[in-house]
Design a protein around this ligand. Sequence first.
Ligand code: 6PG
Length: 240
Amino acid sequence: MRPEILIAPPADLAGIFALLFEAEARQALARRGRFSCAVPGGSAAEVFFPPLARLALDWGRVDIFWVDERAVPASDPESNYSLARRLWLSPAGIPPERVHRMGADGIDLPAAAAASEDDLIRTLGRPPRLDLGLLGIGPDGHVASLFPGHVALDETERCVAAVPDAPKPPPRRLTLTFEVLAEARLLVFGAFGDAKAAAIRDGVTKADSPLPVARLLREASRAFLFVDQEAASLLSASDR
Ligand code: 6PG
């Protein structure tokens, strides 16, 4: 599936993403009475979360999950949950029971993955189908904590995988698996800066690229790519 590509400064993309999020949420609430999303950490979170906090949505019917989480306590600045709480969840006053933190900070990472998977399935059913997945893109083309060539990328039984050896620090993480992400009704990828340009070029233009971002863009039923000029710099006019 070819993504809709929006190229603009991050501040502009943040406003557009908030409008898209609101529209998707209102449609899901009208059709199914619930709206579910899964979100990342990193620059996509830093750019896209603040305007979400200003949306006038019925947050009591919105379930928030994470696409991945680091094996650190919720209070640790490295925690994706901590970043969301600071930029979005607390300012928006989102009810704690709607926030499904991926508790990756236990000693037993596989047990933590199983607990997160149980929560996901208890909330969304099996297979769990998210309404919206927000993803950043690593310079190596990883999404969530699914890294190129990593065994977790080909996990087909589980919905949440333990990643004890991520190349991006901190190494111990949990991640939604590829199939859960691919099953989402809508995926929005956010990437900024020229370090992401090669991964975006491969993801958009190389039909046989093995990069996680490329594989996910091929499988997504609907996808947006929100990038700044630098991240889009290797896309030709016809690719855009
Ligand atoms: C994480 C994120 C991860 C992130 C990419 C890109 O836990 O680190 O969820 O998937 O989105 O690594 O990060 P940047 O956008 O900060 O480069």
